[in-house]
Write a protein that binds this ligand. Structure first.
Ligand code: SF4
Length: 250
């Protein structure tokens, strides 16, 4: 069963390697982490106060009743078709954690449909789940791996899966890592990123400023850019937040 929190677009990809590309986003529900360290406070439908990331409505199964369930990929593709413009857009698969659906045959059919129709597919993932990459066509998937640092509040053994990182990087050379860093956590982030990269094959590394408002992004960006330059990483802004302040559905 595919559980989808929201489908929206066309809009632009706001971060990472394909920033600025017109894109349609498909946000899957469920996550294997909570990331309470990101300190976004929210209330579940039953009134429980919790902390998580700014996508809590997709990561926390307490919001499941507001998600759409699809037994097969066909009606999901039909629904996406309703908002596809006449020109080609990127299809960005995000979450929650979309790789929780990787072993679902309907998820694979869904990916294959867009790859076989020449769409650029990006999967935004925390890359902590074991997956098998077995089909040649899967090499066309761009994995945007947002590996969580200790500021997420998750334990190391849960957030870092070097087997999966190596597997994805070796399978798809364009796939890349991205890390969210605040100006106050640069020293610690530097050590943690060094540890993560230590025995990985080479790949692009993007550093992004922490913040779910334009003001917070502004507050962190200069120091984060300087850190990226010092280390030879790429800087990724968070354009959608600058423009829309993390408003949903744009
Ligand atoms: S892994 Fe990503 S979607 Fe899941 S809780 Fe953490 S930040 Fe949110």
């Amino acid at each position: 069963m595919l559980e989808v929190n929201e489908i929206f677009g066309p809009t632009i990809q706001g971060e990472g390697k394909r920033v600025g590309n017109p894109s349609v986003f498909v946000r899957f529900g469920k996550c294997n982490m909570q990331c309470s360290g990101f300190e976004v406070e929210y209330e579940t439908p039953s009134g429980i106060k919790k902390y998580s990331c700014d996508s809590y409505y997709a990561s926390d199964s307490a919001f499941k009743d507001s998600w759409d369930s699809y037994e097969s990929s066909k009606p999901l593709i039909e629904k996406i078709n309703l908002i596809l413009p006449k020109y080609k857009v990127d299809i960005v698969i995000t979450g929650g954690e979309p790789l929780l659906y990787w072993n679902d045959v309907e998820f694979q059919k869904f990916l294959h449909f867009y790859i076989s129709h020449d769409y650029e597919i990006t999967i935004e993932t925390n890359a902590s789940i074991n997956i098998e990459l077995t089909h040649e066509w899967q090499k066309k998937i761009l994995f945007s791996m947002s590996v969580k640092l200790s500021n997420s509040g998750e334990v190391l053994s849960k957030r870092i899966n070097k087997d999966t990182l190596k597997k994805i990087i070796n399978f798809n050379k364009e796939s890349y890592l991205k890390f969210v860093v605040s100006k106050d956590s640069i020293k610690k982030a530097n050590e943690e990123i060094d540890y993560i990269l230590e025995d990985l094959p080479p790949c692009d590394v993007y550093i992004m400023p922490l913040g779910d408002t334009a003001e917070l992004i502004d507050n962190n960006s200069l120091e984060v850019i300087e850190f990226a330059i010092q280390k030879g990483y790429k800087y990724s802004d968070r354009l959608h937040i600058r423009v829309w302040n993390n408003k949903r559905g744009v």
